[in-house]
Design a protein around this ligand. Sequence first.
Ligand SMILES: [Zn+2]
Length: 271
Amino acid sequence: MQRCRKCGAYSDHVNIHFDRMGICNYCGFYEKHRNVLEQKTALKNTFLLKMEIGKAKARTSGSSYDCLAAFSGGKGSAYMIWQLKEVYHMRVLAFTFGTIGHKGILDRLDIDHITFSQKGPFSYPAYLHAIDRHSYLIAGQNKIPLILNGRSRAKILQYADTTTGTEPFETAHCLREYDKQIFHGAGLAYPAYLSDGTDLLDDIGAEAISYFAYHDICEKDMIRSLEEKFGWIRPQRSHGPSGARSLSKKGELAFLVRKGELTPDQAEKML
Ligand SMILES: [Zn+2]
């Protein structure tokens, strides 16, 4: 089986192909756009501008919140919500799909929180769509202009080989675009039944933004700062249907190799 000479990804990777030098399309994309993706200050400024525009829109529409933020109970979303509130001074409504046992951090930050659920069992695509759809519904009902998610950089960029539909180059402004972005990021084909469905909420507009597309912080620093500030303890349970994690792990590890944080051998051992 062919293997990328740079990141070590194999030819069974989602939609992978190789150039004459044996470098994969995902490494090619990362190299081409490294100057944007690693420009920390410029990315933070882009994010700040998006937040300020969101605040202005919320004031105009009379919304009680500037953004809706996904809270899974994991470190990424906890860190994001903390930063949204204390660094960007956003009025945040946090939401969780399903039940959650670990919301002390939201109480500490005095963040309003809602949970919602839908009867399962879910396939992984149906689960992803249900979360996206509910978030647009809530944003529409409350006139909230921004929907924030705490996907990791690896999740956002692991299968990126075009700037179209890829943050930070392009954001989604409706459920249809957001769904496509989330599916592409997870390495999944966009299910046809979603395109012809009547539940795509085309009348609701909100900008969907991934916090970590604009903030490059390593996992260790994130956990350490959460521990210091909140006495954070890593939740034990995993999120989403089983299998979802291992499905994406291969791509996420290849991304870390591309970025220079792991060697191909180290990534291989972690699988
Ligand atoms: Zn590669």
